[in-house]
Design a binder for this molecule. Structure first.
Ligand code: PBG
Length: 329
């Protein structure tokens, strides 16, 4: 009995009420730090269901604007746009056309919602006939030839009103090349959010259906990172910062919290994390079967990413969380 009396420091004391738990909470989620992905498809009046991503659709521009509008009403301020073109070719030329789906959408969205943040994903995989993230020569990705295409794509995004350019292809030297190209063309203040440490992950499965971007042959293991590596992620991140990245990203989030955490201790610039389609699909699927409580599992997932050190999270749960936050104020 004596022993029990001697427990002076009882950690449970600070957990006895909701108010105590709240005031001692070390990490807080807010819709302010969430970014909602939107898939925009060339065409009109389209709303095409994405099976493995409940509540997500390929939307034509006017439907996409409705989606953005409903998210803005919930308090969401940041979006990342992915484009699905009407035609694809070897070099993904619709990615840098002035009347490409992203370019047209940007103009209209910025006009209607001048104050929201529109990030544009910069990659070739949705636009190339082979589905790889750049130029293919002899069945391999030609890194250096891809740089030029990314420059063109970025400049059209900038000219049409993108607020942040987000290269996602893991192309070496992309940040440096984009920074120079944007600066030379009058976009010195346009930030680059680099998908610096992007792993070759199985958790992208549902997205590839959403963005119609599965590779026709092979995989992305020659340019995306090996899931086994953490030191290499640090090197990727430091390299991108050196090249001029303003924000760096780790992707996916859930299986790579250790990577986010380690990077947080090493760099001072903002860190983004991408909670990818597979993370969303797992929780949605389990909750639809009644196997998991969606609200609390989702909140725990997002909280863990923030606790690991991410400042902002790209998440398909942005609207669900915003709704929850509004209802639980
Ligand atoms: C394109 C890109 C991918 C994702 C975002 N941008 C897929 C890929 O590399 O195959 C994945 C996003 C997700 O799964 O939610 N390069």
């Amino acid at each position: 009995m004596n022993d029990i009396k001697n427990i002076r420091f009882r950690t449970q004391r600070l957990r006895t009420s909701s108010a105590l738990r709240s005031i001692t909470s070390e990490t807080r989620l807010s819709v302010d730090n969430l970014i909602l992905p939107v898939f925009l498809k060339s065409g009109t009046n389209l709303k095409i269901e994405i099976k493995a991503m409940p509540n997500f659709y390929q939307l034509s521009i006017e439907k996409g604007i409705e989606e953005i509008s409903s998210a803005v009403d919930l308090g969401i301020k940041s979006f990342i746009l992915f484009g699905i073109p009407s035609s694809k070719d070897e070099i993904g030329s619709s990615a840098f056309s002035d009347d490409g789906v992203i370019q047209l959408a940007l103009q209209r969205i910025k006009k209607q919602f001048p104050d929201i943040l529109i990030i544009t994903d910069l990659c070739m995989c949705e636009y190339t006939s082979h589905g790889h993230c750049g130029v293919i020569n002899n069945n391999v990705l030609d890194n250096d030839a891809t740089l030029e295409l990314l420059n063109k794509q970025a400049l059209t995004h900038a000219q049409h009103g993108s607020d942040v350019i987000a290269p996602s292809g893991m192309i070496d030297g992309a940040v440096d090349s984009l920074r120079n190209h944007l600066d030379e063309n009058g976009f010195k203040n346009l930030p680059i959010l680099s998908y610096s440490a992007k792993y070759a992950s199985s958790f992208y499965g549902p997205f590839r259906e959403a963005a119609e971007s599965s590779p026709e042959f092979g995989d992305r293991k020659t340019y995306q990172m090996n899931p086994a590596n953490k030191r290499e992620a640090i090197r990727e991140i430091l390299q991108d910062i050196d090249e001029g990245a303003d924000i760096v990203m780790v992707k996916p989030a859930l299986s790579y919290l250790d990577v986010i955490n380690e990077i947080r201790s090493k760099v001072s610039i903002p860190i983004a994390a991408y909670s990818v389609s597979g993370e969303y699909a797992m929780i949605k699927a389990a909750s639809s079967l009644g196997w998991i409580d969606e609200d609390s599992a989702r909140n725990e997932l997002l909280l863990s990413i923030k606790r690991a050190g991410a400042d902002m999270i790209i998440t398909y749960f942005a609207k669900d969380f915003a709704r929850y936050e509004n209802e639980n104020k």
